[in-house]
Design a protein around this ligand. Structure first.
Ligand code: ISE
Length: 337
């Protein structure tokens, strides 16, 4: 019996995930697609045989749907997630869980009240082979106690309307999650500074920025976020421990010599750089959803909430130019692994 997946949101990520389910994930098929733009929903449903509708709740309440992928904009996630929890189906929700900490906490509380782990947040880096190896090195103590992470997060260019705040809550949100996950610690405070902006950045965008993250374990994380770097999509992380360091995201792949040049190539966007991670995330999610719950390796609703709280501190630090502390609720036992 194949897992019948309902997809809510048929934009860039939704379309990519539909293709992934259709072509690469075993044991799952696309059963229904919702998007307020019905044409887009129909296009994404395409040849998969899935039904298309403009109404997300029609898909969420559909008894022929066993599990949901939510890939609509974060601003509309809360009511969708609450309805999915009410129905009791497993959900893979693209980041962010919701756009702010308060609404994320309401989702956390609703899941806890239901008493089942049904939600997971699409922080795909947790499924990347190199991030996985770095996590293993840190957990095994092979680098000694972790002291710092040096992170680089670059995009070739921004879509229209991308703001300085989005560089924190849409981009650096990944580093908030990976820092918490790699270091096994919550985020205590955030500081944001910026050099003069690149002349390639759209008017008014503070690009690049330098974000410093303090964890409750006493580690420091620096993040260069540069979203109009021009040359491609690049994500690096170097962990510094008491006895060693490890770097991931260094350039790899074939070294090509051609027409007076040597070198390699670079991904142009995250769907390429993290394609294998998304595939792994989805396959594991589908396997767990068959058993009626979220994948225990994935980011939970609590992780989504903690990332949202860190983003709020980050946006505040950016606006004020001073250090902002993260205001975090107490973690319920339900979310302690
Ligand atoms: C985008 O939403 C992502 O999640 C990408 O991984 C990130 O690199 C980009 O900056 C975000 O806008």
């Amino acid at each position: 019996q194949q897992l019948r997946v309902g997809l809510v949101g048929a934009g860039k990520m939704g379309a990519d995930h539909a293709l992934r389910i259709h072509e690469r994930i075993s044991g799952a098929r696309l059963a229904a697609v919702a998007d307020p733009d019905l044409d887009r929903a129909q296009q994404v449903a395409g040849s998969s045989g899935a039904r298309a509708t403009a109404d997300a709740f029609e898909v969420i309440d559909d008894s022929d749907v066993d599990a949901l992928v939510i890939a609509s904009p974060g601003a509309v996630h809360e009511p969708l997630l609450l309805a999915a929890l009410e129905r009791g189906v497993p959900v893979l929700c693209e980041k962010p869980l919701t756009p702010d900490a308060k609404s994320s906490l309401r989702v956390v509380e609703a899941e806890e009240a239901r008493g089942e782990h049904l939600l997971q947040v699409g922080f795909m880096r947790r499924f990347d082979a190199e991030y996985g190896e770095l996590k293993r090195l840190l957990d095994a103590g092979e680098l000694g106690a972790p002291l710092m992470l040096h992170c680089v997060h670059r995009n070739a260019a921004t879509p229209p309307g991308f703001t300085s705040e989005m560089m924190i809550y849409d981009s650096v949100v990944h580093e908030f999650d990976t820092a918490r996950w790699l270091l096994g610690s919550e985020i205590a405070a955030v500081t944001v500074r910026a050099p003069k902006s690149s002349s390639a950045a759209p008017d008014g965008l503070l690009d690049p920025q330098l974000v410093t993250i303090e964890t409750t374990s006493g580690a420091l994380v620096d993040v260069e976020i540069f979203v109009n770097c021009g040359f491609g999509y690049q994500v690096r992380c170097e962990a510094v421990g008491e006895r060693g360091t490890a770097l991931i995201g260094a350039d790899g792949g074939p070294l090509v010599h051609r027409s007076g040049n040597w070198g390699g190539s670079i991904s142009d966007d995250f769907r390429d750089r993290f394609g294998a991670a998304f595939d792994r995330e989805f396959q594991r999610w589908a396997d767990a959803a068959h058993r009626g719950h979220a994948d225990p390796a994935a980011a939970t609703a609590w992780d989504g909430y903690a990332a949202a709280a860190a983003c709020e501190a980050g946006v505040q630090a950016q606006a004020t130019g001073t250090r902002a502390e993260v205001d975090l609720a107490e973690r319920p036992d339900f979310y302690i692994p």
